[in-house]
Design a protein. Structure first.
Length: 129
């Protein structure tokens, strides 16, 4: 969304490089140079390598941890592999009553229903839009 587009714009404006649609195959950290060596396949399947002081990855932790060098501890590896992810599904309802409630979101804490929150976009402040 817009937040990540703004983040990408700020990062590239500060000289950062953004690679999208890629699959990281290896991330190695070199203590002597304090640099990451990142190997990845781009959208065309070409293998590329870059060096970076800092990296941000959107890869699932279960996958990312497996490709780190030096290898993480056994405990860290087990913790990463045990992570569970949930699906995110959005259902949109358009109601006749435009002023049903003022809250912008309501969290549901009932384990008997499969819902996390109700979101009312009409109640968002201009700063959130």
């Amino acid at each position: 969304g817009m937040m990540w587009e703004a983040c990408a714009q700020k990062m590239t404006g500060l000289g950062g490089k953004l690679e999208m649609g890629c699959r990281v195959t290896r991330c190695s950290y070199d203590d002597s140079s304090c640099q990451w060596n990142v190997e990845y396949k781009n959208g065309n399947g070409d293998l590329r390598t870059i060096e970076a002081e800092h990296i941000i990855s959107s890869a699932p932790m279960r996958e990312l941890v497996c490709g780190l060098t030096p290898v993480v501890s056994e405990r860290t590896g087990r913790a990463a592999q045990s992570l569970k992810y949930r699906d995110f599904l959005t259902v949109m309802l358009i109601l006749r009553d435009r002023e049903m409630f003022d809250d912008n979101w309501i969290y549901i804490h009932d384990p008997s229903v499969k819902v996390g929150r109700i979101q009312n976009f009409r109640s968002w402040s201009p700063e959130m839009v």
